[in-house]
Design a protein around this ligand. Structure first.
Ligand code: ZN
Length: 135
């Protein structure tokens, strides 16, 4: 398995913005973003937006999410291959039932509420992917 819930939560900061880093030397996009290119070791990298359509490569459905996220279950974590950059990202699917997901399904990024802090009233958002209607 190339994905896991702990990894997803650990990397959640980069899910807010959906940014990666493009290596100026080899041109590959690193996601999650990294100051050092994972492909060639170059330190010449720049941030790039990864807000683009993609296709579902594989996915997993989690019926018992971590504390505080229970109301969002089931949580669907997927690996999506982005169309333009070719980058594979770990993301959460939304607006779809687990049994409707198909390999190769076209999805697009959308900003969604992930949690709400009852005391401060702060609402947290993150980028998730939803199916593109008619694709
Ligand atoms: Zn590189």
């Amino acid at each position: 398995m190339r994905y896991s819930l702990p990894r997803f939560w650990r990397e959640r900061r980069s899910h807010y913005m959906l940014v990666g880093t493009r290596c100026k030397k080899c041109g590959k996009v690193n996601y999650p973003p990294s100051k050092v290119c994972r492909y060639c070791g170059s330190r010449e990298t720049e941030e790039v937006s990864l807000l683009e359509r993609g296709r579902v490569v594989t996915w997993t459905v989690i019926y018992s999410p971590p504390e505080g996220f229970e109301e969002y279950k089931p949580v669907i974590i997927a690996i999506v291959e982005l169309e333009k950059s070719g980058t594979r990202i770990l993301t959460q699917l939304t607006d779809v039932e687990p049994n409707e997901i198909k390999e190769g399904m076209v999805v697009e990024p959308v900003l969604r509420r992930v949690s709400e802090d009852g005391e401060t009233g702060i609402i947290h958002y993150a980028i998730k992917f939803r199916p593109v209607i008619g694709s």
